[in-house]
Structure formats: structure tokens, C-alpha cells
Design a protein around this ligand. Structure first.
Ligand code: NCD
Length: 306
């Protein structure tokens, strides 16, 4: 079993992973016995920079007794094709049981899955998907709200370049939430008719009555010149701060996948404010990755968990 994208998953599968993450969290915090996979080793292939996702997978592996070998290729010297194939074949022949891949090219984990026998887990591929981030975000929302069904979630910022936004759009809409995308026209994704979301070009209408305000990083490294006139102007129109947050519900949750550009997407007061659940998103990232490892490595017969 691979874990490549939220888009290809059905609602019950997503709900099951969310339940599993919540119960692994509960068991971890109460010191209960956790599932253990001491005979498994995963390769963590990070071809793009990462802090929280890489460490999140490492911590998840450690807690479940999974061995791991972590390596990255600096910059963009590796691109899709032969070189990725050769790397994957090497790891396979060295006896690695599973792969976790972050790559600048959309679809790279799918390519890897063609050449690798064991499970392949997507840790973020280009502008395509970042499925474990969306699971961490949903877990965090569910700790504050009973269900996702019926919530209004506004995703604000550089939607066009954001794999986090894409995975969240699929997850939240499949789980019954209303998704609003809020961005300047130049940072909205194309093919709007295929995206299960509403499109808003002003914060005022986009945040109006929202239950959750999910901000995104401005992905300068993926941007061509000219998409926004200046960062200052972007901040003046789209920054979520103590003033603009008032458009949303008074108890709206404030989220960001990290890394945050303080003073750009969010002001300091809001990042550190009492509505912010940004640190919880990071913490839950470990538990959802444990749930993924458990799902891909647990033997079918041992699946009788409550
Ligand atoms: C995100 C990523 O790399 O996709 N970060 C993360 O994994 N938490 C978001 C980003 O870099 O903007």
C-alpha cells in the first residue's frame, strides 16, 4: 500500500487514518504500548529542504521502533527520471522496506512507487500534494471542533504554488467542509471548475464567518517575477492580523503549515496569539505519520484495533 495523495482517497479511508492518529496520540501521551515494527527500515529521501516534515517522519519512525536512513540531495541536482529510479533501485536492493519521498517534481513519489516493492509515502511533491500535512491539519481542527462536516475553512495566500493547499482542499471537501480560497488572482490555481472550493479575492468576503483561517507561505522559490507587485502590497491586502481576523468567527482557529514568514502572511501577535494552533499542527504531524506507518506496515491479520 502506498500513500501518495489525498485526492485518490475515499472519505472512509481518510476518516480511519484520522481516528488512528488520534488514538496513537492518546496512547502515546498516556504511556500505553504502541505498535512496534522493529524489523522494518524506511528510507527518508528528502530532495528538497524540510525541517518539520523530515523530523516528523523521523520521530514517528522512532516511536514505532522503525529503523530509518535519512538522506537528501542538496538543491535540485536530482530530477525525475533515471537518477531517481537508480536511487530507488539501490535502496530496494539494500533491503529498505519503505520509502518516504519529498521531491521538487510533482509525481516523483508515483515514479518511485513503480520501481520499489514496498510502500512509498509522499512527503510533498512539487506543487502537487502534501498528504501528511493535510492529515495533521485535519487532526488539529478536530481537536477543537467536533467534526469537519459543515465547517467553513478559508485557505489564504499563495494557493497556486501550494501542495499543502491542494491536499487540504481534497481532504476538507471530501469530509464535508466548505473550502474557500482567498488570494490575489495571480496566486489562484488554474482550472477553477475542477477544484471543489469557492474563490474569493478579498480577505473581507473570504474570511467572513470562517471557522478556520488557514494561511499559506508565500513560496518565493516557486514564483516567477511579476505575480505580485510587492510583498508589502500583498501584506497590506492579504495579511491575517488582529484587524483582519475579525472578519472570521470570534473563535476561528488560525493555522499555517510553516515555515511562517512573520510579518508577511501573519503578524507576530496572530502567530503567537490564543487563536493560533500552529504549534499543534507540528505536534500532530508526528502522530499522523505514525498512523501512516502503522497503516502501511501493519499485517492485515493484526488490523483488529479498536
Ligand atoms: C510546507 C511544504 O514544504 O510543503 N511545509 C511543510 O511541510 N510543513 C509548506 C511550505 O513550504 O510552504
Amino acid at each position: 500500500m502506498n500513500f501518495l495523495s489525498i485526492r485518490e482517497m475515499e472519505r472512509p479511508e481518510i476518516a480511519k487514518l484520522l481516528r488512528s492518529a488520534a488514538s496513537l496520540k492518546k496512547d502515546s501521551l498516556s504511556g500505553k504500548k504502541l505498535p512496534a515494527f522493529p524489523d522494518k527500515t524506511v528510507g527518508l529521501l528528502f530532495f528538497e529542504d524540510s525541517t518539520r516534515t523530515r523530523v516528523g517522519f523521523e520521530m514517528a519512525a522512532r516511536r514505532l521502533g522503525i529503523g530509518f536512513t535519512s538522506f537528501g540531495v542538496k538543491g535540485s541536482s536530482m530530477s525525475k527520471g533515471e537518477s531517481l529510479k537508480d536511487t530507488v533501485l539501490t535502496l530496494k536492493n539494500e533491503g529498505v522496506d519503505g520509502l518516504v519521498i519529498r521531491h521538487e517534481a510533482a509525481g516523483a513519489p508515483n515514479v518511485a512507487a513503480r520501481f520499489f516493492d514496498g510502500p512509498v509515502i509522499n512527503a510533498g511533491d512539487g506543487m502537487h500534494e502534501h498528504p501528511t500535512q493535510a492529515l495533521a491539519d485535519a487532526t488539529t481542527i478536530l481537536e477543537h471542533r467536533k467534526k469537519l462536516d459543515g465547517l467553513v475553512v478559508s485557505i489564504v495566500g499563495d494557493v497556486m504554488h501550494s501542495r499543502v493547499a491542494r491536499s487540504n482542499i481534497w481532504l476538507l471537501s471530501k469530509m464535508g467542509a466548505t473550502v474557500r480560497l482567498v488570494a490575489p488572482r495571480t496566486l489562484m490555481p488554474p482550472y477553477k471548475e475542477l477544484i471543489p472550493a469557492e474563490f474569493h479575492y478579498s480577505l473581507k468576503t473570504g474570511l467572513d464567518g470562517a471557522d478556520v483561517v488557514m494561511t499559506l507561505r508565500m513560496q518565493m522559490e516557486r514564483m516567477e517575477n511579476g505575480l505580485i507587485s510587492s510583498l508589502g502590497e500583498y501584506a497590506s491586502m492579504y495579511q491575517v492580523n488582529s484587524g483582519t481576523l475579525r472578519y472570521a468567527k470570534p473563535d476561528a482557529l488560525v493555522m499555517h503549515p510553516g515555515p511562517v514568514n512573520r510579518g508577511l502572511e501573519l503578524d507576530d501577535l496572530t502567530v503567537d496569539g490564543k487563536q493560533s494552533v500552529i504549534n499543534e499542527q507540528v505536534e500532530n504531524g508526528v502522530y499522523v505519520r505514525m498512523a501512516i506507518f502503522d497503516a502501511v506496515f501493519a499485517k492485515k491479520a493484526a488490523k483488529k484495533k479498536s
